[in-house]
Write a protein that binds this ligand. Structure first.
Ligand code: PLP
Length: 397
């Protein structure tokens, strides 16, 4: 592309609705778990594009499968069956041990669908007036209107009036607050096993066990939003597996497509017949390229040792950072390759310094660095990234 760095920002401002603030370089290609910009500069990617590029940028199985599909056919819509959707449906049900799946295009759309399923189940059984969805404070569930309302952070709600009704927020890990907020209008609760945007916070097992028990007693649907922490990110297929619970509805997206847009909703048997023909639809959901990508991802993560590898690498990164003994590191958190580093200084200062040295990281709130590297990242790349982090974390000591 023929754009020099000075004109990137002005082009962006001229042509685009300005919802992001990107740094002034253009990413050209990826290799391993790194990006290269148009000037040849390398950036180790601890973001995976918000947890999407689960297989990094050099997975030959993924590339070949996608290229083959491009030559064959791109789109059928759900008017007709296609081979890849049938194959991924079977794979995801066998791997997840849930009962049925519905494919869509993004995490927010998956959550919207989950809410529709929970509300329809409730109105079919109890009639109107039982549609409230409880979510946790500091949660993030997406940007479309219902998912936005389920998101437990006020900053995302303002401006977009009138806001959809039927959402309530409770303190995480506070079972009394949850109990106090259950009334006859509640149909569902939505949770992230590890809150990503909210600061890489792992929910407490006892809290989840008690919450799920109460929900089962009261016929309230338990929805786990596994959009960010699912698909092997935490070292298990789903983050909720750490709590030994069985959700009713699970939403997935991001890493399942490894770079191709995808979303999905998995339901247990109880919720498997709530939606019938015509109750929900999507033009692109189950798209051939997305299904081909998901098929490769599911094959790759089921290879022997994959989950152990994710866990080992995650522990290695956390331990290494702790061993820097930097006075600005308060603690490391997260599970597997979903990593948080709480610091005493603002995380965006560190993010910018890291970027200038060739390492891309995410932030989660004011004081948490968030790392979501490709699950296939090599130890060589990890060590290079750790060297950069060490310099920064000790320099600003
Ligand atoms: N849920 C969680 C936990 C997320 O982290 C995100 C995105 O960051 C979403 C939902 C929304 O997903 P999408 O951006 O694909 O709509």
């Amino acid at each position: 592309m023929n754009i020099n760095n000075n004109s990137i920002v002005s082009k962006w401002e001229e042509y685009f609705i300005n919802t992001y603030s990107q740094p002034d370089f253009i990413i050209d290609y990826g290799e391993g778990s790194c990006f290269f910009d148009t000037k040849g500069n390398k950036y180790i990617d601890f973001t995976s594009g918000y947890g999407v590029s689960s297989l990094g940028y050099s997975n030959n199985n993924l590339k070949t499968a996608l290229k083959n599909q491009v030559d064959k056919l791109l789109h059928t819509s759900n008017l007709y069956f296609n081979g890849p959707v049938l194959s991924v449906g079977e794979k995801i049900i066998n791997t997840s041990r849930l009962d049925k799946v519905y494919f869509c295009n993004s995490g927010t759309e998956a959550n919207e669908t989950a809410f529709k399923i929970a509300r329809k189940y409730s109105s079919d059984k109890y009639g109107e007036g039982r549609g409230t969805i409880i979510s946790l404070k500091d949660s993030f569930h997406g940007r479309t209107m219902m998912s936005l309302m389920a998101t437990g952070m006020d900053k995302y709600h303002k401006y977009f009036y009138p806001l959809p009704k039927g959402f309530k927020y409770v303190e995480k890990n506070d079972i009394e607050d949850f109990k106090n907020n259950i009334d006859s209008t509640v149909c569902a609760v939505i949770l992230e096993a590890v809150q990503g945007e909210g600061g890489v916070i792992v929910l407490e097992k006892d809290y989840i066990l008690e919450l799920v028990k109460i929900c089962k007693e009261k016929d309230i649907a338990v929805i786990f939003d596994e959009v960010q922490c699912g698909i092997a990110r935490t070292g298990k297929l789903f983050g909720y597996e750490y709590f030994d619970v069985k959700p009713d509805i699970v939403t997935i997206a991001k890493g399942l497509g490894a770079g191709i847009p995808i979303g999905g909703v998995l339901v247990n048997e109880k919720f498997s017949k709530v939606l019938g023909k015509g109750d929900q639809g999507t033009t692109f959901g189950g798209n051939l390229l997305a299904m081909v990508a998901a098929s490769v991802v599911l094959d790759e993560i089921s290879k022997e040792g994959f989950y152990e590898d994710v866990l080992e690498k995650g522990d290695y990164i956390r331990k290494s950072i702790e061993n820097f003994n930097s006075t600005i590191v308060v603690k490391t958190k997260g599970m597997g390759l979903m990593i948080g580093v709480e610091t005493t200084i603002e995380s965006n200062i560190i993010e910018e310094k890291a970027r200038k040295k060739g390492l891309l990281v995410l932030t989660a709130g004011k004081n948490v660095l968030r790392f979501l590297p490709p699950l296939t990242i090599s130890y060589k790349e990890i060590n290079e990234a750790l060297e950069i982090l060490k310099d920064i974390l000790l320099e600003v000591n």
